[in-house]
Design a binder for this molecule. Structure first.
Ligand code: SF4
Ligand code: SF4
Length: 90
């Protein structure tokens, strides 16, 4: 049986210093459902300690585009210059 951990180990991240996804903080503050918290397969979206702010971290992004599809308020681009995720064949 193929384990998820084995699959995850086939992924390498070369994150850029600058995030390729930028949130609209005002829109996030007004967003009641916050689907990004549930839909991102890499769980890059989290809530701040006080639960008031959505925080995004780009370092482990799979570039799947799910957040781009579910949210019209964020700015989404592929990482530049060969940065980002690399999927290895096993
Ligand atoms: S779904 Fe979009 S607007 Fe709503 S909290 Fe997430 S990033 Fe912000
Ligand atoms: S592109 Fe996919 S992995 Fe990256 S932040 Fe959006 S939903 Fe998460």
């Amino acid at each position: 049986m193929v384990k998820v951990q084995n699959k995850v180990n086939t992924v390498i991240f070369h994150p850029d210093h600058k995030s390729h996804i930028v949130l609209d903080k005002e829109a996030c503050a007004k967003c009641e459902d916050k689907p990004c918290l549930r839909m991102c397969p890499s769980q890059m979206f989290t809530l701040s300690g006080d639960g008031k702010e959505v925080i995004y971290s780009h370092e482990g992004c799979f570039e799947c585009g799910t957040c781009y599809v579910i949210c019209s308020h964020l700015s989404w681009n592929y990482p530049k210059g060969g940065k980002g995720v690399i999927f290895r064949e096993v």
